[in-house]
Design a protein around this ligand. Structure first.
Ligand code: UFG
Length: 344
């Protein structure tokens, strides 16, 4: 069976993807320097899939170590490159840290691919490349807007680096996946999102408020031009998202791609407001989320949701899980974390 390198494989989306890859029989090598994840994630992966992936604690920015890694784990067929920093606010404070980490690691992958004869790359991009789209739902052909943050810029530049590199060497191919807002956890509650420190993103803040780790959720603005005044996003179940990576890898390995670089939106096609998410979370889980409306957060886009038709038709992939089930899984994961913390 083919062997897949998953960089950032102990991270949130990475770990769920490793499970789905192993489920269909792929051999997986994870490279992660644990800068924003925990080694225990490997236990969760093994519990669910019954198989421990190979693991290498390496920073992808370290070219020499990555070169050795490819020597050791010979015959890698494809890379899924998740490893990156992803906090928008932090990227504004520490731009060089973001440019260095996110871009040097990608350049290293692209340089090492021909040396080690790896032809296929899946790249984690983001709907952030669209900024505030002029038309909704947004398609892959929508214009790329000036990035709102260094983080967003690393995704835009990353896409360009891939296109230019593959244009110069057409033996290689890449599938660029533009994620909307991933939420939820594995249905077993053995894997989920595990942010370090105070969460930046909505869902981990909601669950940590529900469990009592945070006093109150802040809702950033209720004066947007949306039905209830709060921002709208396309929240996509993380396991659905993970499955799209398996399909992308299979598509490349089976020579089904239509061009050397393909780009897909991964979203549900439905936009939900922050207040709708809170209300649904409360209803499906029977818990209250104390919240208050505070001023808008700098850099937030008012509304964005995907047109996922291209992924639906070309990849044969559709987001299946309902938002209700997804929000249940987030809560089950948070409760499982609390149980574990108590037992320690
Ligand atoms: N929000 C709150 N309170 C919070 C956190 C978030 O009201 O405590 C709101 C935000 O204002 C926004 C929505 O919830 O309207 C979603 O915010 P997130 O921070 O969860 O997600 P973003 O849409 O800002 O960005 C996320 C990731 C980025 C990624 C982007 C698009 O953080 O890394 O999705 O993929 F680029």
């Amino acid at each position: 069976m083919a062997k897949i390198l998953v960089t950032g494989g102990t991270g949130y989306i990475g770990s769920h993807t490793v499970v789905e890859l192993q489920k269909v029989g792929f051999d997986v090598v994870i490279v992660d320097n644990l800068s924003n994840s925990n080694i225990d994630v490997l236990v969760g992966i093994e519990k669910i899939s019954g198989k421990a992936p190979a693991f290498e604690n390496i920073d992808c920015v370290d070219y020499v170590s990555m070169d050795k890694m490819f020597e050791k784990h010979k015959d890698i067929d494809a890379i899924i490159h998740f490893a990156a920093f992803k906090a928008v606010g932090e990227s504004v404070e520490k731009p060089l840290m973001y440019y260095r980490n996110n871009l040097v690691s990608l350049i290293n992958m692209l340089q090492l691919m021909p040396i080690h004869k790896v032809k296929n790359l899946v790249f984690s991009s983001s709907c952030t490349v669209y900024g505030q789209p002029d038309e909704l739902p947004v398609t892959e052909n929508a214009p790329i807007k000036i990035a709102q943050s260094p983080y967003g810029n690393t995704k835009q530049i990353g896409e360009e680096i891939i296109r230019d590199t593959i244009h110069a060497n057409s033996n290689y191919q890449s599938i660029i996946l533009r994620y909307f807002n991933p939420i939820g956890a594995h249905s077993s509650a053995e894997l989920g999102e595990l942010p370090n420190g105070v969460p930046n993103n909505l869902l981990p803040f909601v669950t940590q408020t529900a469990i009592g780790l945070r006093k109150q959720l802040q809702v950033f603005g209720n004066d947007y031009n949306t039905p209830d005044g709060s921002c709208i996003r396309d929240y996509i179940n993380v396991v659905d998202l993970a499955k799209a990576h398996v399909i992308a890898v299979q598509r490349m390995l089976n020579n089904k791609t239509k061009s050397n670089v393909e780009t897909f939106n991964l979203g549900t096609g439905t936009g939900l407001s922050v207040l709708e998410i809170i209300e649904t979370f409360e209803n499906v889980n029977g818990v209250k989320i104390p919240f208050k409306i505070v001023p808008r957060r700098e850099g937030d886009i008012e509304k964005v949701w995907a047109n996922p038709t291209y992924a639906n038709t070309e990849l044969g992939w559709t987001a299946k899980e309902t938002v209700e089930e997804t929000l249940r899984s987030s809560w089950a994961w948070e409760q499982n974390l609390a149980k574990r913390a108590k037992a320690e």
